[in-house]
Design a protein around this ligand. Sequence first.
Ligand code: NAD
Ligand code: MG
Length: 299
Amino acid sequence: MSEQNQKPLVNPVTKYPQPPFEKQPQQAPGLSSQMDPIPDHGEKSYKGNGRLTGRKALITGGDSGIGRAAAIAYAREGADVAINYLPEEQSDADEVIALIEAAGRRGYAIPGDITTEAFCQTLVNEAAEKLGGIDILVNNAGRQQAVDSILDISAAGFDATIKTNIYAPFWITKAALPFLPEGAAIIATTSVQAYDPSENLFDYAQTKAANVAYVKSLAKQLGPKGIRVNGVAPGPVWTPLQISGGQPQDSIVKFGEATPLGRPGQPAELASIFVQLADNEASFATGQIYGSAGGNGHP
Ligand code: NAD
Ligand code: MG
């Protein structure tokens, strides 16, 4: 094969930045644009192939990190995309909407706090109205705050993690179900924390285990209706979640070092999994958790 016909091989170890990283505390939820290095969400690299032409996707936490990578990929695969995020993340969200529109698709920004059922219902209704329906639902938003001792986890902090990571997907899914046609796909972002929890992520890890059960149970319930439900379990990925309290700053310096690839993942490296799980081509995949963790952890 001539060199022109060959996609160059890439070494995954050296493909992306490796630790050490600078300490860089931000207030949660944090901004992608303020990170050093700025995460790669596939802005310059993701090439679509028409895999999701005409699809209608709602992605929570679509402003930054893994959700932004999914939003860019979905748009380049031909989907219209609505994203939800918190109002203080508007500048990150503006970048994503511009990228969706640059891909020739329609992008809708629906900011708001998903820790109340009322807003979750508003979000879904508004997304369905703007998109003309919903056939891909990605429950990806998440809250992660590292706390060394259970004695220092407040009831309010515990509640915020549970509301964001467990209640919101419940409320959003309940509101979305009447809109989802046969062939629709639901995707949850869980974590390696569901299987091998860190000592300082006591509340968060429990919610990510709950997200696995959400996938496994709902897949059984909705399989006969022709709706697939799957999850993605990332390992350490370079996103605002981590530098805004998801890890102690000392751990940010060596973030991803313990993986066999010796670095954190970049959001762009997970985008194709979200595409695969939404695509009709994956029609026999439901109730599955797809991992992407650089060599450690489960599944
Ligand atoms: P991120 O900070 O880019 O995304 C999280 C998003 O959640 C934020 O952008 C924010 O818009 C949203 N969010 C948080 N609280 C909210 C609220 N109350 N209302 C509305 N939106 C809210 O970080 P990320 O790492 O891409 O996180 C996406 C998902 O990936 C999360 O579910 C997280 O648990 C999961 N995850 C991340 C990692 C990692 O290492 N980064 C590893 C495993 C799993
Ligand atoms: Mg964000």
